[in-house]
Design a binder for this molecule. Sequence first.
Ligand code: NAP
Length: 308
Amino acid sequence: MEEKLWDAAVVGAGPAGMTAALYCARAGFSTLMLEKLSPGGQMATTNEIENYPGFPGVTDGFELAERMRAQAESFGVQTENAEVLALRTGGEEKVLVTKKSEIRARSVILAPGAAPRELGLPNEAALRGKGVSYCATCDGAFYRKKTVAVIGGGDTAAADAVFLSGLCEKVYLVHRRDKLRASGGYTKKLQKENVETVWDSVVEEILENEKGRVAGVLLRNVKTGETRALAVSGVFIAVGNIPATDFAKGAVPLDEAGYFTAGEDTETGVPGVFAAGDCRRKPLRQIVTAAADGAVAAYAAERYLRGE
Ligand code: NAP
């Protein structure tokens, strides 16, 4: 039997994908949303969200993700757990290839988000889960009353350092320059007794103990060349993200960093294929801009499906 032909297939269930799916289904289109893990994307691993309009105070990202999923499904969105491995375009019908099946759709909204960038150190992968983490809100509780290092200087690193400072005895924030990239709101919150920023420094080596767990980091000052070892039990790496767009290589235009070149109109250049959220080139990556992208992509898909 031939698989169903969906009006819209949405790749990714972060805020962009969930909003796109909600809008498509609400407009009366059959909509399938594909997610490799659980809904929410990076939002679900954020402990404190205080800048999403309409949710004053502190909102838990996991809860916000669950609300978005339930809302999308209430309009008839079907959610499937599957990783998209390839995309075939080139006709009226687009095909998303997963391990289990080939999904056919008249339009596709790509919202796969981005994954944390690694430092690329030799033992980094082996120490993942043994002191190396890419998600402070997921793993922070394991480091209660301990000393940890956060690597990076952006909003994520600053937010992680603030979050961890509430749990840990001491937090080192290690940044490769002498100025944070993080916004003012976060930098103010870093003014805490148990947070120490180590400037102009990169991680040369992650040090291990005899049990094969993180014991510290060896830092190199990029200005003086001096090295310094910090004894820490956890290293939280927050040095940006890599767009999860590999599956679309060759099918949809990407820039040199791997982001979809789609602009604010979410048009990828491939008819019937749209890109929303952190996966596309854009100046501001926030939940609110991802959700806005999702709505724009759904609107564009709707016009495409109606032949306008
Ligand atoms: P980011 O803004 O790209 O910052 C990455 C940081 O890591 C930069 O400080 C960068 O240093 C540093 N870095 C990159 N590669 C490195 C390496 N190999 N070694 C050492 N340091 C390295 O990434 P992000 O902080 O994950 O934020 C991503 C997006 O999400 C941003 O648009 C951010 O505003 C947004 N975000 C928003 C919130 C919020 O508002 N609630 C929270 C989290 C994230 P340089 O500064 O020297 O380049």
